[in-house]
Ligand binder design. Structure first.
Ligand code: AFD
Ligand code: MN
Ligand code: MN
Length: 472
């Protein structure tokens, strides 16, 4: 429930994948409409669903703006079943994917990088590229920012970002503190044995919260690279205490609408122990920090063959999932484009999310990729198109039928129910959706032919030729 600004009443929900059947284009009108809200409303009883009339009256009386997370329509005495096209349209209308500023810059591997003439060399160029990707896909209205790389002067860079937001029509998304590049962080940032160095790191976290607050960004996204390379060299339990202290201090500074997302990663850059190594540690840290702390799942941050959708199901159930960093991997944290190695896994993750409307609503979809070989913009557009197709496929899963089959343990039918949605060719419907929204039907071809790439290559090539290496 959003009790902040906005007109009292029921909004269809701004989250992704919300069920909003085509009420306007069906006639005669439905017999009955039932809505489910993001939060149960105690004063209306304990039921999970309410009639549209009761909800509207309550919302207006209590001056509340309600977020509706699902609508059940009873049409001519029967539950209205949406067509595949309607399901896909609803899914894509609600799908927003945040892209990372660093995905446009010259980044690569720790061994080196291949400099691209088109790579962004300034924060303004990153905003310009993000606007281009959004114009082609209609799905990336926000840009994740890395404080050290994008706001090197901290809070005093905020006005510059505000100008860029206005100029390019792209909002600043999650704010990513950098706790891994200062020389002081050799033995850790917020887990460093030195209180002085821990303070530098915590101050940076607090600055990041302030940057997010001034930019009206909801999420401060924490990746703690701390760890050690050799057994016995660091005191693990003591460092747990340091983590908790730093996170409590950061949580205490969050504004009413802000959240902190805690990302985990099993190894790299540390190779013996990493302080926040898995989702269990991240969840416990979030629980200790407070109600505005959530877990961030980076799909590349798991051991081989780990069941990520099961982790997602647990986090959803615990109301602890805050967001994703999507990318694909074959070996370690490879930062490849979504679904390039294992599209079925992305589909299975989307399936879990679509089965939990209010969990989905509070989950931020972000990309965390580093494009070393592919063109920066091409890779970004391709990744968004892949995500849209896989999300559309997952929206086709007949959740109700699947639940029935699971209940009766009809194994092969249940599996086929899932698989048939995965194998459905959604591309014509996705193209039709793009056309109906005034977007190019084929964003990748449009990118290649629109002239933007030629222009930026010409403008930036000289600057890129002398660019210095940076890790990402
Ligand atoms: C890291 C982590 C983290 C970080 C990013 C920086 O995934 O999200 O912000 O990459 O490039 O591996
Ligand atoms: Mn990440
Ligand atoms: Mn990563």
């Amino acid at each position: 429930m959003n009790t902040g600004g906005g007109r009292p009443g029921i909004s269809p929900g701004s989250g992704r994948g919300l069920v909003q059947p085509g009420l306007n284009n069906r006639s005669p009108s439905p017999d009955r409409v039932r809505l489910q809200t993001a939060t149960p409303i105690q004063s209306l009883g304990d039921q999970r669903q309410f009639s549209a009339v009761a909800l509207t009256a309550w919302a207006q009386e209590s001056h509340t703006q309600l977020q509706c997370v699902s609508i059940e329509v009873v049409f001519q005495g029967r539950n209205y079943v949406k067509t595949a096209e309607e399901k896909i349209t609803e899914a894509l209308d609600g799908l927003a994917i945040e892209i990372p500023s660093w995905g446009f810059a010259n980044t690569g591997t720790r061994f080196g990088k291949y400099v691209q003439a088109e790579a962004a060399t300034s924060i303004e160029e990153k905003f310009a590229d993000a606007a281009q990707v959004h114009a082609l896909t209609g799905a990336s209205p926000t840009l994740a920012l890395h404080v050290l790389w994008d706001l090197p002067h901290g809070v005093s860079d905020v006005p510059l970002i505000q100008d860029l937001q206005k100029k390019y029509g792209i909002r600043a998304g999650s704010i990513n503190p950098n706790l891994f590049q200062r020389q002081e962080y050799k033995y850790g940032s917020i887990c460093n044995p030195s209180a002085e160095i821990r303070k530098i790191a915590v101050d940076h976290l607090l600055d990041s919260v302030e940057i997010a607050r001034r930019l009206d960004s909801q999420d401060v996204s924490l990746w703690i690279a701390d760890g050690s390379n050799y057994p016995g060299t660091q005191n693990i339990p003591r460092r747990i205490g340091y983590l908790m202290e730093a996170m409590a201090a950061t949580h205490a500074r969050l504004g009413p609408k802000q959240r902190m997302l805690i990302e985990y990663k099993p190894f790299e850059p540390a190779f013996y122990h990493t302080d926040v190594a898995d989702w269990g540690m991240a969840l416990l840290l979030a629980r200790h920090a407070g109600p505005k702390a959530f877990v961030l799942v980076d799909t590349g941050h798991h051991y081989q063959s780990q069941n990520i959708e099961q982790i997602v199901a647990w986090l959803l159930r615990e109301r602890a999932l805050g967001g994703f960093h999507f990318n694909d991997r074959r070996y370690a944290d490879d930062d490849l484009t979504i679904g390039s190695i294992d599209p079925y896994q992305v589909f299975r993750i989307f399936h879990e999310l679509l089965g939990d409307a209010s969990g989905l609503q509070q989950t931020a979809f972000m990309i965390d990729q580093s494009h070393n070989l592919k063109g920066k913009l091409e890779a970004m557009v391709q990744t968004i198109c892949n995500a849209q197709e896989l999300f559309a496929k997952a929206a086709l899963i007949d959740q109700e039928r699947l639940a029935g089959l699971q209940e009766e343990a009809r194994l092969v039918e249940a599996e086929e129910c899932l698989r048939s949605a995965f194998w459905a060719d959604v591309r014509p419907a996705v193209r039709a959706w793009r056309q109906s929204r005034g977007l190019p039907e084929d964003p990748l071809t449009a990118l290649r032919t629109c002239g933007y790439l030629e222009r930026i290559r010409k403008e930036r090539s000289e600057r890129n030729a002398v660019s210095v290496s940076s890790y990402a």
